[in-house]
Every structure is written in C-alpha cells, then in structure tokens.
Design a protein. Structure first.
Length: 412
C-alpha cells in the first residue's frame, strides 16, 4: 500500500479561500438570485494593460514562424526580462541587485512554498499572526511543524502577533529564529513598513544569522515614495533576505501567471558539517530540476510592464484599486467601524463590530448585504475579531457593496 506524506493530515480542513467559496456556494444554492459581490479573495478584475496584451500578441505571432519560434526557455527566465526587473525594480531605487539574481517564476505563492525545498527541517521559523496562510501550510506540508492546537496554531512555529494594539507592526522577537516571513505591504492587514522598521528586522537577521523571506507582492500599492518598496533598500539586506515579487497585483497577471524571486549571491546557509553553502546555487539547482520556466509569451507580457506605456497603464490600474480602497475605508469608517490599512495596500482590515467573531460577521455580511469578505480568523488566531475587505473589484461593485453595508449598519 502506498504511504502518504502524513504531514498533510495535520492541515486544518480547507485552504481559506476554497472554504469561503464553499460557504458562498452553499448560500447561493439556496438563494440563487442573490446579487453577490465578492470582496473576499484578492483577485484582480480589471483588464490587462494594453502594453502587456500587445506584447503577448506579438509573441504569439513569433511562435507561429519557424525563424522566430522558441522552445524551452532558460529555467531562470529570459535575460531581457531579468535585466529589466533588476534595473527598474531595484537598481533605480538604489538596490544592489544583479539580473543573475532574478529567478522568474509562475507565482509568489508557488515561490514562497517551493523555497522550503532547500531548507532543512530544524530551523526555528517565525510568522506573523495573522498571516498569509500559504507560509504556514507549506511549512506544515514540509514537516516543519507539530500538530495544530485548538486555536489553530501549529507546534514548532513561532507566531508574532500583529494587532491594533501594536499598530500592526510586529515586535522583533527576543529569541533567536532562523527563518522569518515578512510581508509588506501586509496581507491581510494592509499595514506598510517604514525604513526604520525594516532596518530593525535586517539588523536582527544579521545579528542572529537569520534569513528573511520578504514577500512584497503588493509593493506597487505603496503610495508614499519615501517608504521602502524593497527590503534591499536597507543596507545589509543582500546578506540576509530573499524577496518575492509578482506581476499579479500590479499588472493584473493573477490568471496569466508571472512573478519572480530575488536570491542574492551573497546569501549563505550552514551545512551540518559547519561549512557554508550559497543559497543561490541551491535555488538555481532546484529550479533547473523542477521547473521549466514561464512561457515565452507571458515573459514578453511581463517585459512590457516596464515599457513607458506599460508603466503608465499599471500606475493607472493600481490607482484605480487604491481609489476603491479609499471608498471602502471612508464608508466603513463613516458607518462607525474601526478601519485599518487600505492606504498603501489593496486590503482594508476592519475590527468586527460588537465583539462578533470573524465568521459570524462573514455570515451576517453575506446574508444581509450579499457581500463576501474574508474572516480575519482564517489568517490566524490573532485575526479573530477582524475582517478583510479586498479593493479588487469594479467601481460599481465596490460602491454598491458599500451602500449595502452602510444600510445594513443603519437598520442594525
Ligand atoms: C489573497 O486574497 O490573500 C490573495 O489572493 C492571496 C494570493 O494572491 O494568493
């Protein structure tokens, strides 16, 4: 009989978003005419930037001609895309990142999970609470944790609470950890990190020989340019951080699929015999064995995100969602809710009213306003009593949803 990876049995029921979809389906089966508006999963709704579409169309034409046809591409990504990424996203912001340190991939969710392939089982791993569930679940799958307690916390993981009481900025742990997941702008709270905050993490990581896994998938939403867009804006981060970026939330590639990881060549990890090994070399080996690269067509689309037109179109797209976020923030605050985030992020994090649990509030919003959000407790125990609203939707849907929610609070 085949044996399974029993770590999977430790996982809690369902991944958060499929669980929400299941509950919404159960509701619509009984109420087929309810005009549901989904502000739950952070999935984009607006069309792809024209520059990206045109580049992909052109790439398809090339693939239809023997002289310009391409088969397998480089596993790490085409050099013309990696060079643009290094230049526009890092070097132009003063970060010392080379194109050879860019690994193009099909998503940050995949990258943040896959990166665990190259790390051992005995690392002390810290995550925020609430947290993007992928960081936790992939560690469970990899056997890095014990079982979950009643509050849903897995043994062996170090949870760092972020709540309104600490202004959604995690306190640097007193104990030594080896791997730390940071996500800024933060999913789910919408909080953003200052340079001082990131500097404190980089100092901590360097003092403790720790590695930061920095997820900046929402970087494009930072609307104050004095805030850091990359961890590499902090001196020393090349020696203690891997950064994950995505084209999903800026260029709308959630369905197209393209992202990248920065793995600096200066990063080292310890072998049990005491010698050092380059993390870059391990990741390169992992990717060239298990991954065949992102399609040529998609990489051409991603490259166009850096053209003059592409950059303008992406700015407009991000601006559109940020305006949605402003509407949500202001309307919910006017309805009397405590509202956080949504200024440098597409997520608005609210305190549930009257001490309601996150799932009770989910049910109320679904039943009374036909609006779907994400229960804070789905992101971790410290998310209980909070609720996330995503700004990814059409203007009309966001406005209608907010009218319905405001009305729901008015009538009680
Ligand atoms: C979310 O809603 O948190 C996002 O969809 C996460 C993701 O991009 O995987």
């Amino acid at each position: 009989m085949v044996r399974i990876n029993e770590n999977y049995l430790k996982l809690k029921a369902g991944y958060l978003f499929p669980e929400i979809a299941r509950r919404v389906k159960a509701f619509t089966d009984v109420n087929p005419d309810a005009p549901i508006i989904k502000l739950g999963i952070g999935d984009v709704t607006e069309p792809l930037p024209a520059a990206c579409r045109e580049a992909m169309q052109q790439a398809i034409v090339e693939l239809g001609d023997r002289s310009t046809f391409r088969g397998y591409g480089p596993e790490q990504g085409y050099a013309w895309l990696r060079e643009k990424i290094a230049r526009y996203d890092f070097q132009m912001r003063g970060c010392e990142i080379d194109a050879s340190e860019v690994f193009v991939s099909d998503g940050s969710k995949c990258d943040t999970g896959n990166i665990l392939d190259i790390f051992g089982k005995d690392n002390a791993i810290a995550v925020f609470d609430p947290v993007y569930p992928v960081y936790v679940d992939t560690n469970v799958m990899a056997g890095h944790t014990g079982i979950a307690d009643e509050g849903g916390k897995y043994g062996g993981l170090i949870y760092i609470p972020i709540t309104a009481e600490n202004d959604f900025t995690a306190t640097i742990p007193e104990r030594k950890v080896d791997l730390i997941y940071l996500c800024f702008p933060n999913n789910p709270t919408g909080a953003v990190a200052t340079k001082e905050h990131l500097r404190a993490w980089v100092d901590y990581a360097r003092t403790n020989d720790a590695l930061i896994l920095f997820d900046s998938a929402y970087e494009a939403f930072i609307s104050d340019d004095s805030l850091p867009h990359s961890i590499y804006e902090i001196p020393g981060a090349r020696h203690c951080a891997i950064e994950f970026r995505s084209f999903s939330k800026n260029a709308g590639f959630t369905g197209v699929r393209c992202a990248y990881a920065i793995v600096p060549k200066s990063l080292k990890a310890k072998v049990s015999d005491g010698t050092d090994v380059k993390i870059w070399a391990l990741w390169n080996r992992r990717q060239s064995t298990k991954f065949n690269g992102v399609s040529y067509v998609v990489q051409r689309g991603a490259e166009a995100a850096y053209s003059e037109a592409g950059r303008q179109q992406i700015q407009a797209l991000v601006g559109f969602y940020l305006e949605n976020a402003r509407i949500v923030r202001e309307q919910l605050a006017a309805a009397g809710l405590s509202v956080y985030g949504g200024v440098h992020a597409p997520y608005i994090w609210i305190k549930t009213p009257d001490g309601m649990t996150s799932w009770d509030f989910f049910d109320k919003l679904l039943n009374k306003a036909y609006v779907v959000g994400t229960p804070g407790s789905g992101f971790g125990a410290a998310g209980e009593g909070y609720f996330r609203i995503s700004a990814f939707n059409s203007r009309e849907n966001v406005e209608t949803a907010m009218q319905r929610v405001t009305e729901m609070f008015r009538v009680g």
